[in-house]
Design a protein around this ligand. Structure first.
Ligand code: FAD
Length: 452
């Protein structure tokens, strides 16, 4: 019996999938966004998929994995875009989507199972007068556990900052693979230390998150003849404390033609500011847009669009969806994730645009930073080769722009700290001493020896 067969034989009645075509499909995410990761991960597949229905099943899977030294890669919606959920050393993919209940919500705090779909979660919260503070533009497909383990921020970040900002994730329940697999409850700083660790430090079963009172958001798009005017207006809206907003994005004039749902509303070559605004702010935004030389070219109710099959809420043109809209038409592009400093932000954006006029289409997402407003940029880039991409990265870094590189698989190299972290290594040693969880994704674990 192979060790995978032994592993499966220990699982009792836990649902499993071994049909090769299905196993291959569930071994994929959106890693192909990066031509470099595509080369690296195209041949990586799991041996089987396991589908726990509850924590008890998960405990059985963890114990069987330890006994047979089977690698485990958790998976939510499979929308990670740098290979976070691609199993690099075979083994089992754990499909977490059956752990999908909102457990409770009160006083602005919600407790939820990790495999719950983000849209389902938002709808369940709305029934009780709340909504999620922040979601990725993949809300319709992603899970809350996958967002917290693989994402960083998104729609709502203009108000609440990133996932790792204190107060957004309050606690999490983690199944660890120590000597005896066990479930631990981590709160505060301890919980924050395992955010964005791609499931390499444990399997999240439940989360406690901050939520906010539900708002009837309005999608608004304002067009501008120049990118500079659009960016100044967007930053002003982001700074206005009297206007409640969930999203403030800017895209270069070359990008709207890629947006099937919006392009007919946007004059050719015009840049766009994409907003989600609370009802009380709509009139003011319209006045400010006119004053700034912009033209409101589209508006719709966000939830009407979200709840209509085939319709595109504006947030699906923002964050990492901007790149997807381009890739749907032309696979010759890729992208970067850049953190601009709060000081001189728009000057630096202008400098970068001027350096690469023919290969970089600028896209900004505004969010708070250290008491100021700054922006992340996710520019869409015409891909030539790895050397050219590295040159573009270097030119950003020379100007003090941080790059969270989406063309590498490890947490550390993809984040802003490209060195091995003793803290991460210590967590790994404690919670996964046999190094079975999502192997290959933690740079700091490369020098560790597996311990039984
Ligand atoms: P998966 O892709 O299934 O998993 C992500 C990572 O988490 C993997 O490493 C996986 O092993 C791990 N994981 C999953 N579930 C668990 C669990 N229960 N316990 C432990 N580890 C687990 N990201 C953003 O931050 N903001 C965005 O706005 C955004 N927009 C995107 C747009 C597009 C078009 C695409 C393709 C990606 C985007 N992403 C974004 C990246 C990704 O969609 C998000 O991070 C998303 O929330 C991941 O959720 P998921 O359920 O699909 O996770």
């Amino acid at each position: 019996m192979s060790s995978i067969e032994t592993f499966l034989s220990l699982l009792g009645d836990i649902p499993v999938q071994t049909v090769p075509a299905l196993v291959k499909r569930k071994s994929r995410d959106f890693y192909w966004y990066s031509p470099i990761l595509k080369r690296q991960l195209d041949s990586c597949f799991a041996d089987c998929i396991v589908m726990p229905r509850n924590e008890e099943d998960l405990l059985k899977i963890a114990s069987a994995a330890r006994e047979t030294k089977t690698r485990l890669t958790p998976r939510g919606g499979g929308t990670g875009n740098y290979g976070q959920a691609v199993p690099m050393e075979g083994g089992a993919v754990i499909e977490m989507t059956e752990l999908n209940k909102l457990l409770w919500v009160k006083d602005g705090v919600a407790r939820v199972q990790a495999g719950m779909n983000m849209l389902d979660l938002d709808r369940a919260l709305q029934e009780q007068g709340w909504e999620v503070r922040m979601y990725p533009s993949t809300k319709r497909t992603a899970t809350i556990g996958g967002f917290i383990a693989g994402g960083s921020g998104g729609i709502g970040s203009v108000r609440w900052g990133g996932l790792s900002s204190p107060g957004n994730v309050l606690a999490l329940r983690l199944m660890t693979l120590g000597k005896e697999p066990e479930v631990v409850e981590l709160r505060g700083e301890d919980a924050r230390s395992v955010l964005h660790t791609y499931g390499t430090t444990g399997l999240i079963t439940e989360l406690e998150i901050g939520v906010e009172p539900v708002v009837n958001w309005q999608d608004m798009a304002v067009s501008f003849a120049s990118f500079e005017e659009a960016a100044v207006f967007a930053r002003d809206i982001a700074l206005q404390s009297g206007i409640q907003k969930k999203l403030v994005s800017v895209v270069d004039g070359d990008l709207p033609p890629f947006f099937a749902s919006l392009r007919e509303h946007v004059p050719e070559g015009y840049s766009l500011v994409i907003l989600m605004i609370a009802p009380a702010g709509i009139e003011t935004v319209k006045l400010l847009a006119t004053k700034a030389g912009g033209k409101l070219c589209y508006e719709a109710n966000t939830r009407d669009m979200e709840n209509t099959s085939g319709a595109t809420p504006l947030y699906e043109l923002t964050w990492n969806h901007t790149t997807l809209q381009v890739l749907k038409k032309d696979r010759g592009y890729t992208y970067l994730q850049c953190g601009y400093p709060a000081d001189g932000t728009l000057d630096k954006v202008a400098e970068i645009r001027a350096l690469f006029p023919d290969e970089l289409m600028m896209h900004l997402e505004f969010f708070p930073m250290g008491g100021h407003v700054s922006c992340a940029a996710l520019p869409v880039i015409r891909f030539t080769d790895e050397d050219r991409l590295n040159h573009i990265i270097a030119e950003h870094e020379k100007r003090g722009v941080n790059i969270a590189n989406p063309h590498v698989v490890t947490i550390e190299e993809g984040g802003m700290h490209r060195v091995a972290s003793p803290d991460l290594a210590a967590i790994k040693t404690r919670y996964d001493p046999m190094l079975l969880l999502n192997p290959g994704k933690m740079f700091s674990a490369r020098t560790l020896e597996p311990q039984d």
